[in-house]
Design a protein around this ligand. Structure first.
Ligand code: ASP
Ligand code: MG
Length: 406
């Protein structure tokens, strides 16, 4: 007998029929002799609907109340699933974030889990009940309801699995796993059977939307094996697990692209100590996270500085850059929205040389110009013109041999 956490996303609980189908799956797992804790999202579209209502009340709704509002979506599905399970003869109890005691900080709309006191949950499971936990929510020290950011039910599920030392955390979703590239862009993309936490973290932060990034961080920290799989079929999905020797053979695990960044260039800044700090300090103070940074070698005591920021922060970032440019006597600031970042990710890069150069050659063969480059131990990213991003993904995917075996 094992202890399993099963998480069902919004599309898996989108309507009463699907909730009944989820109940059947949970019942089947239990019938195999396993103990099950379930975590549910709100019905698909519900969180957006609720937040829309909140915004209809005020231009800048109180974040504490937005969380109280949005958390109701998961309350509904947890109760409905418990009802559906009981109807199948499976004893079940819904538990909200504050009933489990998922303690978070007070950063409303993006709270972090500080601790989970799982004694109530363990009692529920020991009594032979299925626990149906409302995802996405917790409670802070003041007793206020908090939410964990969009996609936060993934993190609830993994954190619960860590707290009760579950044997596995199954994430049921509307795709059947993690792919080597977006199948909508790249027809030869394959489902990955096993991927390491590190690679999944890079892919998630580069825009692969299957798992909330924090859930992968928690899984890695506590060594929770995560199985991402389809709620509409029984085929095995993708296991996200700790690194072992077998991963090194894979040089590139996946290719991804991100069209949500803007490139900002500051021309001819004085090449002196402290100038770059002066540029980035006010950006940091404005809570803008800068991704790539490139500074040219200077010839004439001035230099050009290019960096990328999330598109949603581009306006603010450009204003700040222009202000600083005036203060330090730089020549001017330009920005470009028409960019995409394509990236290759793989643990094997640590031990294989020549991966970046191969990427550059593959792009060059298609006449795609590279505007900026950044690397980490297991990732190479290139900024290119937005119109080439789908072509670039296909060319890199097939060029690194990730396509389907013929
Ligand atoms: N319902 C929340 C959202 O839509 C949390 C989740 O589904 O994971 O973001
Ligand atoms: Mg999700």
């Amino acid at each position: 007998m094992s202890l399993i956490v099963q998480k069902f996303g919004g599309t898996s609980v989108a309507n009463p029929e699907r909730i009944r189908a989820v109940a059947k799956r949970v019942a089947a797992t239990r019938a195999e002799g396993h103990s099950v804790a379930v975590v549910v999202s709100a019905m698909s579209g519900e969180t957006n609907r609720l937040l829309g209502l909140g915004r209809a009340m005020a231009g800048r709704p109180l974040e504490r109340e937005l969380d109280a509002l949005a958390a109701t979506g998961e309350q509904v599905t947890s109760a409905l699933l418990a009802i559906a399970l009981a109807d199948l003869g499976v004893p079940a109890r819904s538990l909200l974030g504050h009933q489990v005691r998922i303690l978070t900080d007070s950063a409303f709309t993006k709270a972090r889990i500080k601790a989970i006191d799982a004694s109530q949950l363990s009692k529920t499971l020991e009594q032979g009940h299925v626990a149906v936990i409302a995802g996405f929510q917790g409670i802070d020290d003041d007793g206020s309801i908090t939410t964990l950011g969009r996609g936060g039910s993934d993190t609830t599920a993994v954190a619960i699995a860590a707290a009760i030392k579950a044997d596995a955390c199954e994430i049921y979703t509307d795709v059947d796993g993690v792919y080597t590239a977006d199948p909508n862009v790249c027809p030869s993309a394959r489902k990955i059977d096993r991927i390491s936490y590190e690679e999944m973290l890079e892919l998630a932060s580069l825009g692969a939307k299957v798992l909330q990034i924090r859930s992968v961080e928690v899984a890695m920290k506590y060594g929770v094996p995560v199985h991402v799989r389809s709620s509409f079929s029984d085929v095995p999905g993708t296991w996200v697990v700790g690194e072992d020797k077998s991963f090194e053979a894979v040089i590139v695990a996946g290719v991804t692209s991100d069209k949500n960044e803007t490139k900002i260039t500051v021309r001819q800044l004085p090449d002196e100590p402290g100038i770059v700090a002066r540029m980035f300090e006010p950006l940091a103070a404005a809570n803008i996270s800068v991704d790539m940074i490139i500074q040219n070698v200077s010839a004439d005591r001035t230099t050009d500085l290019t960096f990328t920021v999330p598109r949603t922060d581009a306006q603010k970032a450009r204003e700040i850059a222009e202000q600083v440019a005036r203060e330090i006597g730089a020549k001017g600031v330009t920005s470009d929205d028409d960019i995409a970042k394509v990236s290759i990710v793989g643990l094997g890069m640590r031990s294989h040389a020549g991966i970046a150069s191969r990427m550059f050659r593959l792009l060059a063969n298609e006449g795609i110009n590279i505007e900026a480059i950044s690397t980490s131990e297991i990732k190479v990213s290139c900024v290119i013109a937005a119109k080439y991003h789908e072509l670039a993904v296909r060319v890199l995917h097939d060029g690194f041999g990730l396509g389907k075996a013929p």
